[in-house]
Design a binder for this molecule. Sequence first.
Ligand code: PLP
Length: 449
Amino acid sequence: MRSRVSRRKFLGAALAGTAALKLHAGAVPTLVAQPPEQGRLALLGGAPVRTEPFPSWPKIAENDEKAWSEVLHKGLWCRLDGSYAKRFEEAWAGRLGAKFCLATASGTTALFTSLHALGIGPGDEVLVPPYTFVATVNVVFLVHALPIFVDTDRETFQIDADKIEAAITPRTKCLLPVHLGGAPADMDKILAIARKRRLPVLEDACQAHLGEWRNRKLSTLGELGCFSFQASKNLNSGEGGAILTNDENLYRACESFHTNGRGDASYDFHYVRNGCNHRMTEFQAALLLAQMDRLEEQSRRREENARYLTQLLREIPGIAPARAYEGCTRNAYHLYMFRYDKGHFADLPRARFLEALKAEGIPCSGGYAPLNKEPFVKNTLDSRAYRAIYSPPEVAAYEARNHCPENDRLCEEAVWFFQTMLLGPRGDMDQIAAAIRKIHRQGGQLASS
Ligand SMILES: *Cc1c(COP(=O)(O)O)cnc(C)c1O
């Protein structure tokens, strides 16, 4: 049923293309439908390759509504009163094969809580990739430590594990790799370095729900692993997060910190540490429980579509889909990422390529800017708190180390598609590839326009 509907949509889009061609030719109707990449570029007034929207997000089902209204009517909206957060933690830990899971208010607070549990603080250095969402780095600054940027492996978009050892100093207290886009960082190398240098690994798996490294779920390989359930993520409760660990002491420390430093999960007025309130609500937990059923099927579809799309895009000169490391047994595909080489597109700048692709009906993004060069880094180092902790020579030494040339280059070449674009029928992938081929063939007209 689903495939019949989508085929009709696909034909509809192809016919719309033909009709527009006719309009521009100004005369005789074309009887044979042209392959969509043959027409004029949409940016130059031609018919777009695609006119249908891609699948919407989130996907809402009946059990979401049931779960939500159950919590509503029970009137137990806080996890200290209800049971949904606990149930979600058990289910998510079980799904990932971890001993402990702590639900949190967001991915950011999951990472922040984890750094507290590891005792990271002033004077410490934490190794991070520059190619990530800002939260990975913000949390390091929030505990008054220094994020040390390790350059990116441009082929995979991940932290370059071969550059980690050179960045380690006696002050290094934690490795914080990110599984960017849902594909694993090179965990064999990262875990080997961590073992050798006796450093804990905190995995930022905020984009990597159900992703795997050698058949083990991402977030369960290091001491701690964190997820986000923010609205854009592959598992979504609007906001939300989780910490996974197999270490009971770390779990206890996280749990205590996230509920105001209490000694246990109650309303008791006794506190054993400085803490915060980063608890997940029962509403969020109920929504997550309801959606977990769908996650497996959706993940499988993303992977199938992504694999097919990669085959198609590899055939186009100047398009290099992100390579996954050999140990990747499952890619969560929160993002579909590739590098764009304008040299194969008549020197069409990436910004213009993105415009052209959007005009063809294919949403896309140029992704992150170099995070290590964003003003917040310098401004934080200039803050009163940081000046109280770090001397001017220490700050100067930090700034002298802060160079990631490979990442700078990647930020100019990257193109992203979003996970929701991988949730439709395979024909959607054909259209994405057709749009890129069309620009490849005719981009020269834009370069000169
Ligand atoms: C989304 C995300 C976060 C932060 O999660 P929030 O839930 O938005 O706080 C952290 N790291 C990465 C890589 C992310 O993509």
